[in-house]
Design a protein around this ligand. Sequence first.
Ligand SMILES: C[S@@+](CC[C@H](N)C(=O)[O-])C[C@H]1O[C@@H](n2cnc3c(N)ncnc32)[C@H](O)[C@@H]1O
Length: 326
Amino acid sequence: MATSLRKPTFNSCPSSSTETDDEGVRGTCEDASICKRFAVSIGYWDDPYIQHLVRPSKERKAPEINRGYFARVHGINQLTKAFLQKTECHCQVINLGAGMDTTFWILKDQDLLPSKYFEVDFPMIVTRKLQSIKFKPLLSKPILELHSEDTFQIDGHMLDSKRYAIIGADLRDLSELEEKLKKCNMNTQLPTLLITECVLVYMTPEQSANLIKWAANSFGTAMFINYEQVNMDDRFGQIMIEHLRRRQCDLAGVETCKSLESQKERLLSNGWETASAMNMMELYSKLPRTEVSRFGGDHLLTFSRLMLSQKLQPLTFLKLIYKSPE
Ligand SMILES: C[S@@+](CC[C@H](N)C(=O)[O-])C[C@H]1O[C@@H](n2cnc3c(N)ncnc32)[C@H](O)[C@@H]1O
């Protein structure tokens, strides 16, 4: 049902067996966002919006976790900004498995909004995020300000406005995904940045390959930023798998998370022309020293298993982004 944001009606989500099966995967949204909120609360980076979407952490997080999240957020932000600058914001961003991501609001503050910013996640996660947007003016006002009309489409699993859309859909169902994105005016002619931040690992290799192939075939000019694990064959990786399995969260895509090479290969064999990847140790070593020294120096980190891989066609600016610090 469609109604306005100012007076929206909210339908609760129906529950089904698939939704129950995916509960462990959806739980990872809370894990990631609570860690980010904690790091923000102790000054790792600025994000005035996250506290309106995410509950505070019950316990302190270890410095390695905070630094890992800092590097992860910083890395993805740098690549996103480079894409926006290169396209002069005449582009769209599609954040797949966005969870409680706040990039839309931050980009608006920085005057760096793309033509349209899309988020996709499971309907239940979207419903929760929509509840916060609906009741927190700090979140809803920026969306309304950018919207030329008085009303816009909103229901329990979706909000569509001029510059921002959030869609409840299962990324494993590509026809549903495409149909919903098109309904929200996704423009396949615009340069498009697709982001999956710790998302593909929860799908089987076949499902993530299909999603990557769909992305490669759907847009004339596109870049894909993927952030997820590597080196999952080692002891640390095995502990991570066992820990998540105990919480009913299966890392169905772990096979692809062997190495930077296997990550790049997945992109290259599914329609993308070039791919590059770096592990987080390397990325961390290239962070501005002024930033790193703010939170305790250059200690060796334990997140070398995480990686960022990017693919772009035909823009070629990525190598410029991570220059060594002076
Ligand atoms: C680890 S969280 C990361 C959230 C966010 N990208 C971040 O980094 O803060 C993984 C997210 O992917 C979403 N997700 C995983 N599989 C999905 C699927 N098949 N369809 C839609 N969303 C999915 C989960 O619901 C969750 O929000």
